[in-house]
Design a binder for this molecule. Structure first.
Ligand code: CDP
Length: 223
């Protein structure tokens, strides 16, 4: 199987890039952030209980699959309900829990085991798929990322406050980068792509070119 890992901070454009790239290559697309968000939603719905074995067992029993940017959990499609500010505010806290990371890592590997996939998240190149064929670390300035998130929310007819988005992104960056288990950081063999000022198509083309170059070099080396 061929895996392309796309990691990076909140709002760096991973989802649009991963989705476009997967379509261009005919690969599947898994957004692991949406599994963390689905678990955060379950936790909110359960009344934010203590993280205990009961909660972990409940998650472990859930069946997850991926359909483009959506996650199907026990047969139900989740997409818009995962992108609310409420879920955004708690998801990094949920993602700090090692038992939850272990379950989601296992489920992510199961989802991609039978196909070529573009997989996006925070720790794909470092933990989930350390042998990925190509690892990209996508990043952009906080302002650029907040602008994109703002546009995304407003384009869906929802209300958004720019300052709230900036503070949510900064808070998640700080929790995601400083946690002990699988912190957000580029894998040593990742290609860092800074997307400020680049269009979505520019970024997709850039990664596509990196991929084709790598394919050629692997074929050229007789592997
Ligand atoms: O779309 P955005 O980049 O804002 O975030 P996301 O990909 O939906 O991920 C939401 C949150 O899940 C992140 O802020 C991380 O706390 C967590 N996450 C993670 O810890 N590891 C992953 N592989 C994916 C997401």
């Amino acid at each position: 199987m061929i895996y392309i890992a796309i990691d990076g901070p909140a709002g760096s454009g991973k989802s649009s890039v991963a989705s476009g790239l997967a379509k261009k290559l005919g690969f599947g697309h898994l957004n692991t952030g949406n599994i963390y968000r689905a678990v955060a939603l379950l936790w909110l719905k359960a009344g934010q209980p203590e993280f205990s074995r009961d909660f972990f067992e409940m998650i472990d029993k859930k069946h997850f699959s991926a359909f483009d940017d959506a996650i199907i959990m026990d047969g139900e499609v989740h997409e818009e309900d995962l992108r609310t500010l409420e879920v955004g505010r708690v998801v990094s806290k949920v993602a700090e829990i090692p038992e939850i990371r272990e379950i989601i890592t296992k489920k992510s590997r199961e989802i991609v085991k039978d196909g070529n996939f573009v997989v996006e998240g925070r720790d794909i190149g470092t933990v989930v798929l350390p042998d990925a064929f190509l690892k990209i670390f996508l990043t952009a300035s906080v302002e650029e990322r907040a602008k994109r998130r703002y546009k995304e929310i407003v384009s869906k007819g929802l209300k958004a406050n720019f300052e709230d988005i900036i503070s949510e992104i900064k808070e998640r960056d700080s929790i995601d980068s400083s946690r002990e288990v699988a912190p957000l950081k580029p894998a040593s063999d990742a290609v860092i792509v800074l997307t400020d000022g680049l269009s979505l198509e520019d970024v997709i083309d850039k990664i596509y070119d990196l991929y084709t170059e790598r394919i050629k070099s692997v074929e050229g080396s007789g592997c």
